[in-house]
Structures are given as structure tokens and as C-alpha cells.
Design a binder for this molecule. Structure first.
Ligand code: NAD
Ligand code: 2HG
Length: 526
């Protein structure tokens, strides 16, 4: 049975799902060295933001197949190191969207009405109504930096509260922003005009210290900043100075450059600053959502299925996966088959999406085809994560073609592999949207479902050849489950595809090649 380590507090709903397929150890609060010491025993690691999965941890995770982040941000995982080792990294892109958006809105209102300090004052026995006079958000301008999932929900609620919305997000269209009720503006204008600025962007080299002494100086003296996104987007020292000097009116931070927050000037400031300990995702609902979302993906990967929100498998979102999953299996089978027919070292793989498939996303199919192609060389070490990298390292050139006019089947996939021993091609389609069929081998039309053990011959279409081959296989006690001949012209060249019950015994392939009329023979295991 597989073993899963859960190293941060995760809702029981997730643990229950993992327990269906694995032994689950929950060990929270491990020091990096302790995690490094034990990670080698585990097939999967499930974390929240508390565990840092560094390159050292990944190197020590010799059995690791998947790292599941119960949340959005994977900045506490060395994704590049995981990718190099073929470890899938999954997250829950939407499970805590509402929780994080509501936390940002709560921060905005708390800042405006000084709720945390007023509450603390009453609890101390005071009744001070003068110090805590606030400001309304109604008719004020909210500047949203990052109009993704969380930013959009914040916009919807803020609009209902009567706020005017400005947004800065270079990756979304003006139309999309307008749909959400936001005016898309340049960052400087947002800084100059907003009464409230809320950050909903990832931390990247472009966004690190986006809020600094220079940008703070552009803001209005009544401006308040909310950061429930990522620490390090705000220069904390510059922010503390700006609040102390009245350059801006206040800030509410849920995330910090270094967590847990250590010694910080921010702690010494008054009601203008609100600090929470990375609570954006901490609602009962969000924790159930992210735990289930990620645990299901870990379960699937441990069962050999693809994950729906893998961050290191390019182009494979949940919607795409749902649609393309059967075709990915087709691509992988064809890749495995053509790799074995080609033998030797494959140098070029031509991937043609035919018929209805021509309008689909090709990247997941190419990855699956490469995974199949490299299986003979790498076995279980190749997966959807590292197939691309492994292919590049082996110098395999991938050429993608689309041919919507190919209409033999509604949608089919054609792979052609050229290598040191020549060129071979296979085509396959899905029958009834599910069942894989080989529809062409080396240009000869056939229609057979692939089976675990197969034998292909290239031969001259002439009387007696099938009988000779049958007798030869019989003499080696090889049972033929099915057989089909594909030919283009009568008595010309032909391909025979045989499904056999067991692998061919050693030496028989050479004897098959000696049969008069048989030009070549290939045995494959799928
Ligand atoms: N505090 C918490 O507990 C908590 C919880 C959930 C998410 N988060 C964080 O919130 C942030 C937003 O999450 P999301 O789910 O909305 O992500 P998302 O991917 O849906 O949205 C991010 C948006 O930022 C935009 N963006 C990227 N670079 C930008 C740049 N340089 N300038 C402006 N916009 C840029 C993107 O185009 C995208 O629209 C992430 O950093 C995430 O890790 C924090
Ligand atoms: O695990 C958490 O509580 C924080 C999650 C949050 O930062 C995220 O990126 O999803």
C-alpha cells in the first residue's frame, strides 16, 4: 500500500479520502531536517503553507510521486526541482477563493472602522467613542491589483457596497474587467486615485516589493492597503514608515515576507495597521474544499490516473483534462507502440491531430504521446510531468500537425516516429468515445483494439502466409487471440496485426522473419 505524509493540519475529509488508497501519517510541525529524514518512505506529501518543500526535501523523497498543496500558492514548493524528478505538484486553485476574498473585505471594513482596536479597548474596560471614528467605503474607490479569482469576487462584493472599482491586471482584457464592473487602468493611476488598494496577485519577480517607498509616495494620504495575497509584495519597512509619517492612512496584512512574522516595526503601530497570521484561507468551508480537492488528486495519482490541477503539467486544467482524458490514453498507447516499432533512438516524433481532434489542445496529447514513447527507456520514471523534459534531453524533436480534413474517423491521432532504425507510423481513434482502436500501421489500414502482447508483420499479400505464420506460432505454443491483415492493394504489401495471449518466446521473432514473404516482424508489449 502507498504511504502519504500529511505535514500540515488538513481537514479530516481529506485524510478520509487518502485513507481509501494509502496508509496516512499525519506529522505536523516537523523541522526541515526531520522531514528530510523521513520523506524517503513516502509516495505522497500533502501540505498547506507551513511546510517548505525545498530541493533537499525533494532529493530525499526518493519514492515521491506527488506533492499536494491544500491551497492555491505553491511558492513553498520547489516546483522546478519536483518537475525535474517527475513529481506531480497539485494545488486547489479555487477551494479557498471565497475565504480569501472575504478576508480581504473584512480587512478593508476593519481598517475603515478600527474594529480590532475598538474591540480590544472595550475588552480592556474602556468606552472610547472618539478615537475610533471611521470612514465609509460607500462611493470610495477600490483599486484591485490582480483581477483573477479572488480579485473578481472582491470586486463583485465591493460593487454591491457602492464602491467605484479600478483594476490593474496586465493579463486580462478590458472587456473582462468591464464585465466585472471594473475600469482597467495603469498601475500609477490606480495608486493615485484609490482610497483602498487590495492586492490579489502572485509573488513573482515582477510583483516582489511592488509596494515600496516610491509607489507608496504616489498614493493618497487617506489610502489604505490590504494584502491577503503573498508576503514580499509589500516592502514592510517602507510601509511602516509610510503609515507612521501619514503618507498613507493604514494597511491590513495577512501575509508577510517571512512567516511567522518575527520582530517587526509593524507590530508596534496603532489602529492604522491590522495584522492577521495568514488566515485568508482559514475558514471551515475552505479547509474542507481544499482538503477534498487535493486529497482526491493524490488518490488519483497514486492509482495511476492524471491529476486535474497539476501545476507542473503544462496546459492540463481540469476542464481540458475531462475532455481529453480518453485521447491522452490513446496518445500514450500510440506513443508506446510507435516507439517499439521504431526501435533504436527516436529522433523525431510527428504528431498529427486529425478530424475533429484537430481543433483540440495539442499539448496534453503530445505529453501523453511522449510519455508512451519513452516508456520503454524509462519505465515508471517517465510521467506527464517530466515527459517533455526527458524528450528534450534526449534530443527528440516534436512536430505538430493538424489535419481537419482527415475524416476516416471522427477524431484520430497519427504518430510517426523517425529514428536511427527508420520510420514507422501508427494511427488510432476512439470508438464510442472510449475504446481505443488502431486504425493504421505504417500506412496500412487496420481496425483492431490494442492488446498487451502484439505481433506485427510486414509481408507480401499472398496465399499461405497466414497459415505458415499460424503453424510457426503454434509450434512454439503461442496462442493467437485475434488477427487482422491490412493491405492497400491485393497481392501487394500488407501488414498483419496479431494479438497474442503471452509474450513471444525468445528467438521466434527471427524465425518469423525467415518465413518466405515476410519482410519484417515486430513484437510489442503495451
Ligand atoms: N491569504 C491567504 O491565505 C490566501 C488564500 C488564497 C490565495 N492567496 C493568494 O492570493 C493570490 C491571488 O489568488 P487567486 O486565486 O486570485 O489567483 P489567480 O491566478 O486567479 O489571480 C491572480 C491574478 O493576478 C494577475 N497578475 C499576475 N501578475 C500580475 C502583475 N504583475 N500585475 C497585476 N496582476 C498580475 C493574473 O493575471 C491573475 O488575474 C495568490 O497570490 C494566492 O497565493 C492567499
Ligand atoms: O494554507 C493556508 O492556510 C494558506 C493558503 C493560501 O495562502 C493559499 O495560497 O492558498
Amino acid at each position: 500500500m502507498s504511504k502519504v505524509l500529511v505535514s500540515d493540519p488538513i481537514d479530516k475529509a481529506g485524510i478520509d479520502i487518502l485513507s481509501q488508497v494509502a496508509t496516512v501519517d499525519v506529522k505536523t510541525g516537523l523541522k526541515p531536517a526531520e522531514l528530510q529524514e523521513i520523506i524517503g518512505e513516502y509516495d505522497a506529501l500533502m501540505i498547506r503553507s507551513g511546510t517548505r518543500v525545498t530541493q533537499e526535501i525533494i532529493e530525499a523523497g526518493t519514492q515521491l510521486k506527488i506533492i499536494g498543496r491544500a491551497g492555491v500558492g505553491v511558492d513553498n514548493v520547489d516546483v522546478a526541482a519536483a518537475t525535474r524528478k517527475g513529481i506531480v505538484v497539485v494545488n486547489s486553485p479555487e477551494g479557498n477563493t471565497i475565504a480569501a476574498a472575504e478576508h480581504a473585505l473584512a480587512m478593508m471594513l476593519s481598517l475603515s472602522r478600527h474594529i480590532p482596536d475598538a474591540n480590544a479597548s472595550v475588552k480592556k474596560g474602556e468606552w472610547d467613542r472618539k478615537t475610533f471614528v471611521g470612514a465609509e467605503v460607500y462611493k470610495k474607490t477600490l483599486g484591485i491589483v490582480g483581477l483573477g479569482k479572488i480579485g473578481s469576487h472582491v470586486a463583485n462584493v465591493a460593487k454591491a457596497m457602492g464602491m467605484k472599482l479600478l483594476a490593474y491586471d496586465p493579463f486580462i482584457s478590458r472587456e473582462r474587467a468591464e464585465q466585472i464592473g471594473c475600469q482597467l487602468v495603469e498601475l500609477d493611476l490606480l495608486f493615485q486615485q484609490a482610497d483602498y488598494i487590495t492586492l490579489h496577485i502572485p509573488k513573482t519577480p515582477e510583483t516582489a516589493n511592488l509596494i515600496n517607498a516610491k509607489t507608496l509616495a504616489k498614493m493618497k494620504p487617506n489610502a489604505r492597503i490590504i494584502n491577503c495575497a503573498r508576503g514580499g509584495i509589500i516592502d514592510e519597512a517602507a510601509l511602516a514608515t509610510a503609515v507612521k509619517e501619514g503618507t498613507i492612512a493604514g494597511a491590513a496584512l495577512d501575509v508577510f515576507a517571512s512567516e511567522p512574522l518575527g520582530e517587526s516595526e509593524l507590530r508596534s503601530l496603532g489602529k492604522e495597521i491590522i495584522l492577521t497570521p495568514h488566515l485568508g484561507a482559514s475558514t471551515a468551508e475552505a479547509q474542507v474544499n481544499v482538503a477534498i480537492d487535493v486529497a482526491e488528486q493524490i488518490r488519483d495519482v497514486l492509482l495511476g490516473l492524471p491529476a486535474r490541477s497539476a501545476v507542473n503539467i503544462p496546459g492540463l486544467g481540469p476542464d481540458i483534462l475531462e475532455e481529453l482524458k480518453p485521447y491522452m490514453e490513446l496518445a500514450e498507447t500510440l506513443g508506446n507502440l510507435v516507439g517499439q516499432l521504431a526501435g533504436g533512438r527516436v529522433e523525431t516524433l510527428n504528431v498529427t491531430l486529425q478530424g475533429d481532434l484537430a481543433t483540440n489542445k495539442s499539448q496534453p496529447l503530445i505529453i501523453a504521446a511522449l510519455k508512451g514513447l519513452l516508456y520503454q527507456a524509462l519505465r515508471e520514471r517517465v510521467n506527464y510531468v517530466n515527459a517533455n523534459i526527458e524528450a528534450k534531453e534526449r534530443g527528440i524533436r516534436v512536430i505538430e500537425t493538424r489535419d481537419a480534413s482527415a475524416r476516416d474517423y471522427a477524431g484520430s491521432l497519427h504518430l510517426e516516429a523517425t529514428g536511427t532504425l527508420g520510420t514507422h507510423s501508427v494511427t488510432g481513434a476512439l470508438l464510442g468515445d472510449k475504446e481505443i482502436h488502431l486504425t493504421d500501421v505504417d500506412g496500412f489500414p487496420i481496425n483492431v483494439p490494442p492488446s498487451k502482447y502484439m505481433l506485427f508483420t510486414l509481408h507480401r499479400d499472398m496465399p499461405g502466409i497466414i497459415g505458415k505464420l499460424g503453424s510457426l506460432l503454434g509450434s512454439f505454443n503461442v496462442n493467437i487471440a485475434s488477427m487482422q491483415v491490412g493491405r492497400k492493394i491485393v497481392r501487394g504489401d500488407a501488414v498483419m496485426a496479431l494479438s497474442i495471449d503471452d509474450p513471444l518466446p525468445d528467438g521466434i521473432l527471427e524465425e518469423i522473419k525467415q518465413v518466405s514473404g515476410i519482410r519484417d516482424a515486430y513484437t510489442v508489449t503495451l
